[in-house]
Each structure stands twice: as structure tokens, then as C-alpha cells.
Design a protein. Sequence first.
Length: 340
Amino acid sequence: MTSSPRRLTGLALLASAAVFATAACSSGAGAPAAESDGDWSAVTVEHAFGSTEITAEPKRVVTIGWSDEATLLELGVVPVGMAASTYAGDEDGYLPWDLEKLDELGEDKPELFNTDDGMPVEDIAALEPDLILGLQSGLEEKEYERLSAVAPTIPYLDEPWKTPWQDAALAIGKALGREDDAQKVVDETEGHLADLAAEHPEFEGTTVAAATVVPNSTDFGFYLEGDARAALLEELGFTRAPFIDELEADEGAFFAPLSREHADRVDTDVLLMWHATPEEREKLEKSDVFAEIDAVAGGRYVGYDDPAEAMAISSPNPLTIPWVTDRLVGDLAEAVEGEA
């Protein structure tokens, strides 16, 4: 299966910013840490392609979305298989917060499969799942239909890559018959963000623009309303810079491009950027055009080139938010003061 242009564009931008075996081989994975009460009532989850009914309690869950496995792990459930992170993971494709949680749970690592070139339906079917989660994904309808023939599948809820982490967590909790547990996880994570915002009242009313460099281009890509990065910053108290809403973006896109020759339009108190590589970051930061942006010249620019940090912020969830926010908030506080 080959990837569509939409998939490639989404994965490439997410990677630059995130800039995007058989069941017998999996030992100890896929069992909830909490015991079921033995009663199960069928549940239905509404999503972008209609609805999915789950008629039996899931025991073998596979995750294909970016961060779906983290939410699952925070609920104490280990997937039997999950998509490898070829951008931000270790040499095998496991992400650091997932490994930390697996160690805490005392569970073995799930099986990995690669989704960079399309959805490996046969590999997923070999894991014998009874639930497939792809809430933080760009899953296409044909892929959804093929996966649904394997097991009940939940894709993104509204738009590709734009399912808020709270909604994803609650949908996963509903699919598992553990809505109360999921709500508790959401409440605790939102409480963590609220505490950080309260510790930094200077964020309130401060404008911020989050961006990357568009792959295979020199254009900036500014994240729009509904993107996870922009939403996370707003939860910390920031206001999205108004100029972003004036940029032209493709329908359904999560970013809007801006040519560097129009860098004078970047009007924001704080500029936060993700770079695909340290070399790309260095090249941009040495350019005269970039240096003339007010936020950059005023010491109010923060740049990241570490893949794991970029991934943690780009696809926030109940595991990554505590993992990454201490450094992020510290850097943003310095930027607000012009000391970044």
C-alpha cells in the first residue's frame, strides 16, 4: 500500500515538528492492570467515519495513532501491538515515556509495526486484536474499512490529526468500558496544566506563535486553531497570535505556510519553533531574515530540535504532558521576559 499525498504531507510536517509478528511473540501484554467487574455492556463510539460498536470487553488492543498507546498505558492497559515511532523513538521505535510507564507497570514491551508507508493490515491482523485505536492519526477511510474487518476500529473523531487529547482519552476510556477512569486521568492532567498556568500569571494574555519549517521548503508553517501544539499553549494561558488566523491554509490543514520573505508579518510576543534537525535549526537561526523577527531580536524565541521533546509537545497526552512541561514552561517563562 502506498501513502496518499495527504498522508505524506501530514507525516512529514508532524515529523519535522513532532516536529508524523504474531500474537505468540507478545508476552504479558494486553491485559488491563485493573480487574474487570465481569459485567460488560456494549458501547458505541462516534467518529469521523460513522460509529463503532464494541460488543465485548477488549482484551487485545492495538494502537496506530500517535499517543494512543500512551493514554492506554496511563489507564494501566498494555497494547499487544503499536505503531513504531521512527522519528522520536529509540533504535527499536519505543518512546521514552512509554518505556518508563511499562517499567512502572512491570509489563513487557508491545510488538511494533511500521506505518510510515501505509497501514500494515496483515501485520495488525496477526496480532489478533479485538480493538484498534487510531484517534491521533490521519487514517484514511479505506484503511479504516480494512482495519474494521479485522476488529472494531476507532479513527480520529472529527479531523485528521486534530483529536484533542482529552477527547481521545475519554473515547479510549469509553471503548474499554472505563469512562470514569479516563475522566479521572483527564481531570488530573488538566489540573497539572492549570497549576502550571497559575504559577505563571505572566502567560495570561501573552501572544504566542508555534511553528516549524515546512518540509522540502523554506517556508514557515504556523500551527492553526485546533492543532495540539496551539491548544496546549492556550491551556497554559497564552493567546494565539492573531496574525496566524490571517494566513491562508488549505482546507483541513493544521498549519498555514508563510514565506520567509514575509517574515515581517510574524507579529507575536513569543515565538516557539520546532526543527527537524540541529543543522536545520542552526541554518535558520543564522539567517538575517529570521533575526529580524521582533520576537527573535527581543530574546522571546524558543527553538527545539530534540525529536522526543518535539513529539511530546506535538502529540500531548496524559503521559507526555508531565514528561515535557517542566522544561517547556521554564523556557517559555524566560521568553516572556525576553531572556530566552
